[in-house]
Write a protein that binds this ligand. Sequence first.
Ligand code: SF4
Length: 396
Amino acid sequence: MTARATARDGALAPRLLAWFDGHARDLPWRRDPSPYRTLVSELMLQQTVVATVIPYFQRFVARWPEVTALAAAGEDDVLAMWSGLGYYSRARNLHRAARAVVERHGGALPSDEQALAELPGVGPYTAAAVAAIAFGRRTFALDGNAARVVARLAGVEAPIDRPATRTQLRVLGQEWVPADRPGAFAEAVMELGATVCTPRAPGCARCPVAARCRAREMARTTEIPARSPRRARKVVRVACARIFREGRVLLVKQRTGLLAGTWGLPARELPQDGASASPARVLVSTLHRLGVEPRSLILAGDVRHVFTHRDVTATVFDATPAADRAGRAAEADRRATDDDVRWVSPHELTTLAVSSFLRKLLEVPAASRLQGPSPTRRPGRGSGRGAKGDKRLESP
Ligand code: SF4
């Protein structure tokens, strides 16, 4: 039997739709699947589980119930609403897409799949999902769940991350889309993948289409879908500084990288041959650029955070700025009135766009609490924390 023979099975869609009608989870974006709400939910659900997305989705559409409202919002507000959800490029893209909908389409999302795919940040999957779910277009949306389901049903053994395999899976899936209720079919396939045909332990005994599943027939549900060997994550080391003053912490806005648009600690990536670089020395030059003259940098600890393609270890220092307000510290105050440098209170942290990575960095116990007061200090530089008893003191 070939994959295409399975694809011709006309009973697949009715069985799946009947199962979906009785088993679909009650999710907020399903209650009113308007094009805008569908777009928001699909972008939020990328790389993120449903339970995490639900409260973000509800807050987001309560604040911006229409695409025109989102288009009029400021990017900082959008990123703040997205704080903690991760993959911040999705938030920036959603915002840009909303503005493009207003500029190009008069404030109404287009129903055409191609026009949807031309919106900023809207890829083939999202365009197909919105076209099918919100506009009833007869198209197949191939996300990770759908790819796994199609590969198993059709017995596709090639790695599903290869572009050629994705194309094959999309063609197969497209053949199964019924003329009636294509949007429900798209959701049914995704739902099956999320709740029954799960990656490690598919629930074949309760699967509505088990009788038509090639992988089950071949007893290869654990081998399918196959994946190409993963590329190792890039290992990155950074040094970052926590500088507190009057209960506020100095933050800078990230302009590039994975966390662009969010606020973070002053930080510097360390050279790959980390053994030859003193994290504190590297960090000091970054602080100087911000107008901070650190009197001391005391190691608070290391934080590891794994992103999709990066394995980051951050060395956190607590920096004590020099007390000379007339000197370089004044420059930090001046910079703090800029758009990209700010002294932030704990309350403001709840309203700004901040990543879960920053929250982890701020949660590291303060160096002083770890080490206790130090009896030594740099000569002639006030009463700063010193070396003896410290985990490490690295002077600039
Ligand atoms: Fe997935 Fe098992 Fe159903 Fe096949 S029978 S589609 S492997 S749950």
